[in-house]
Design a protein around this ligand. Sequence first.
Ligand SMILES: C[C@](O)(C(=O)O)[C@H](CC(=O)O)C(=O)O
Ligand SMILES: [Mg+2]
Length: 557
Amino acid sequence: MPINTDPTTEFSEIQSKLQKDIQEIEQWWSSPRWNSTKRNYTAKDIALRRGTFPPLEYPSTVMSKKLYGVLTKHHENKTVAQTFGAMDPVQVTQMAKYLDTIYISGWQCSSTASTSNEPGPDLADYPMDTVPNKVDHLFKAQQFHDRKQWEERASVSSVEELAAKGPATDYLTPIIADADAGHGGLTAVYKLTKMFIERGAAGIHMEDQTSTNKKCGHMAGRCVIPVQEHINRLITIRMCADVMNSELIIVARSDSEAATLISSTIDTRDHYFIVGATNPNLEESLAETLNNAIAKGASGDQLSSIEKQWNEKAGLKLFHEAFADEVNNTSTLSESDKKSIINKFNSKVGPLTETSHREASKLAIELIGHEIYFNWELPRVRDGLYRYRGGTQCAIMRARAFAPYADLVWMESNYPDYEQAVEFAEGVRAKFPNQWLAYNLSPSFNWQSAMSVDEQYTFIDRLGKLGYIWQFITLAGLHTTALAINNFAKDFAKDGMKAYAQNVQQREMDCGVDVLKHQKWSGAEYIDGILKLAQGGVSATAAMGEGVTEDQFKSKL
Ligand SMILES: C[C@](O)(C(=O)O)[C@H](CC(=O)O)C(=O)O
Ligand SMILES: [Mg+2]
């Protein structure tokens, strides 16, 4: 239907709504919540994109605000929100009794919850609604169990009756979910963020890998995107959240510590870490060499060994290494001259100086009087990607660049190394002293060989003191399920009902696991109440009426 107002009236109505919206957004952005958030767009840019529907507060926004409060407290107290990846409603309800956040892992979703139902490794090649769908699944469960509990506790008529129920559980535990590498370009990042907000996520994390080659952070062959490209993703997430009036928590993850590839050399901040060939006598690039070999029928292992030979011949180095080698090989220089020239170079060109290759080459010429052969085009892999040598300092450089656009930063690491965690935390906090940090306590690490039992016991707390206020065992939901089912299936096959009665049911009773009474846990009484209400107070079809087998557990729990 056309809106029948004359242009003069419409213009003034639009202008006054726009001004009002702009003012509201500016007011919102002036809150302390945004003290360390950088936006490179205006309130008007957001107001223009909000439409005319009355402003909504998504449930996700309620959860984001709650998460912000939880994390703020941990930051102030130097404590930790520690959690793990949840897979289903049973897990979130049990976790809620002890933990204050919930993680939803892309890895776990990839293997167990793809919306295409096709399982697979953690390559984020599942449909992009997979993780948001899991958020929806678990957030609905959280809300249901919250309503169920509320009804039960609000219906009592005395303090004694309430006390007899024991402590209440906060089922509305904020969810932080895995947004992988954005599942495409910036428009995909925008749509993905919107989905997460609509489905109830309090926070999301996004990593700086290419979305096309995305790998689990504990797999080889990881390729990062240029620094600015990832900043643009983070800006897009915040922009989407702003349009949706959401306070979504953003976790910026960097996979650069162990990255070996980068998609482009366009960002000068990455130049220090880009690997080049230093042998001026190479006849062909790596890609030409491999293509020629393929044309002649080489394959598999043969190609790997041709690539290895090429790499050895190429003299692959970072530019500062090439410079130091050149200086050290200059026989006319004394040892102390060599040292001083290298130090001069390194004081201007370091992992955190963000010096461009052009500037570094110019400095090299100034210091030694000639150009150094260094070519990062020749070693490009056949997919066109450049060689990159990340590391902790690289992750620090990136985390510093991402920090103004995110609430937490996270360096994906290959090993649970406390000293490395110190280096990262100090590196980031040297520039952003109050920066919130996240840490992946991954089951991909061999915790037994990594540290002693005593160190395992204190690891989370020690990292907490460094500023890692959100820590998570990414895949503990999956592993605990695997272990429990393995053990039970084995015992059951051997011992029949004794295995269930003793190892499950009796243990549930001993540990006070509410799922023991699974009908009640599932909300049968709550739903009966709704049924009775609909039928005027009585119902012959009430599920929990006389005859329900759960009466056998009356005195338990
Ligand atoms: C956190 C992660 O992205 C996930 O999907 O859970 C994985 C899991 C892991 O290997 O611990 C990752 O780190 O890439
Ligand atoms: Mg993941």
